[in-house]
Ligand binder design. Structure first.
Ligand SMILES: O=C(O)C(=O)Cc1ccccc1
Length: 271
């Protein structure tokens, strides 16, 4: 099975996809947009896409990509992430003049990076690509932020570990597919997207309905609507005990929303 990921072997996407799929041929993409396109065009049967992080928050552009390419969420996965700083053998922290990594990793390590004086930060396609390049070009004075798996895969030395802002750092990944998988007995979570009318209390009425129907709201995210400046749609994750509870709520919520779309029904994962 072909699975699109953002990054190369040793990237966090690669780790998440390996945990999610027993047998997968990874389709390595440079960008999140290429990942979405690969699934959209059927070049990959599924994609694994980071959607949010416990330190850096939602990856808003990825919500936009799910909508733009009408991809369906069929599973989720939480990957604990411990970032390391690494360089070629013999380099110490005081030798480092430049740190390279994926922007999400740089964001998650801000306090550590702020303490490094006169160090240039360079954004790369993915964490593992930075590691591979430093090794291949034997770059002195340049370090990468990536996982310990990437350090051993590409043979760089770890200079500092657990450099993320909070020790407990996790990224939520979703599996995205072109066609919706039928919901199963195990489905206990859904991601919804809707717009509301511009009336006082419209969002509150929708959320109250979910509460009355016994749905547990685990996330709410407002998403810009690019064609309508400063108007927003809402993406909501709800968890339920029985699928029927969810179906009942959906039937009623449609009359309270303007546009309504189910982005996926799947099994909730734990941290
Ligand atoms: O660059 C990577 O390794 C990725 O998979 C993107 C990423 C970066 C930091 C945290 C989670 C995902």
């Amino acid at each position: 099975m072909k699975v699109a990921i953002q990054g190369i072997a040793g990237s966090y996407h690669h780790q998440a996809a390996t945990a999610l799929f027993e047998e997968a041929t990874m389709v390595e993409c440079d960008t999140f947009e290429q990942l979405a396109q690969s699934v959209d065009r059927g070049e990959s049967q599924a994609g694994v896409m980071a959607i949010g992080n416990s330190i850096a928050g939602s990856i808003l552009p990825n919500y936009g990509l799910l909508q733009q390419y009408q991809l369906v969420i069929t599973a989720e996965y939480f990957l604990p992430i411990n970032h390391c700083l690494m360089a070629i053998a013999g380099q110490t922290l005081k030798d480092i003049e430049e740190v390279q990594s994926h922007p999400m990793a740089l964001l998650q390590c801000k306090p550590f990076l702020n303490d490094l004086e006169n160090t240039k930060l360079v954004e790369t396609d993915d964490t593992a690509a930075a590691v591979m390049r430093i090794k291949r070009n034997h770059l002195k004075g340049v370090a990468a932020i990536a996982s310990s798996i990437a350090a051993s895969l590409y043979d760089l030395e770890i200079i500092a570990q657990d450099i993320q802002e909070e020790k407990l750092n996790a990224t939520r990944f979703v599996v995205v597919e072109k066609a919706s998988q039928p919901e199963t007995e195990n489905s206990n979570k859904a991601t919804l997207n809707f717009t509301t009318t511009h009336e006082a209390g419209s969002l509150s009425r929708i959320l109250s309905l979910f509460a009355r129907k016994g749905l547990n709201l685990s996330k709410i995210q407002s998403i810009p609507i690019p064609e309508q400046p400063f108007l927003f749609s809402f993406v909501v994750d709800v968890e339920f005990v029985e699928l029927q509870m969810f179906k009942d709520a959906v039937r009623e919520v449609k009359s309270l929303t303007k546009e309504f779309n189910i982005m996926g029904i799947y099994k909730a994962a734990t941290l």
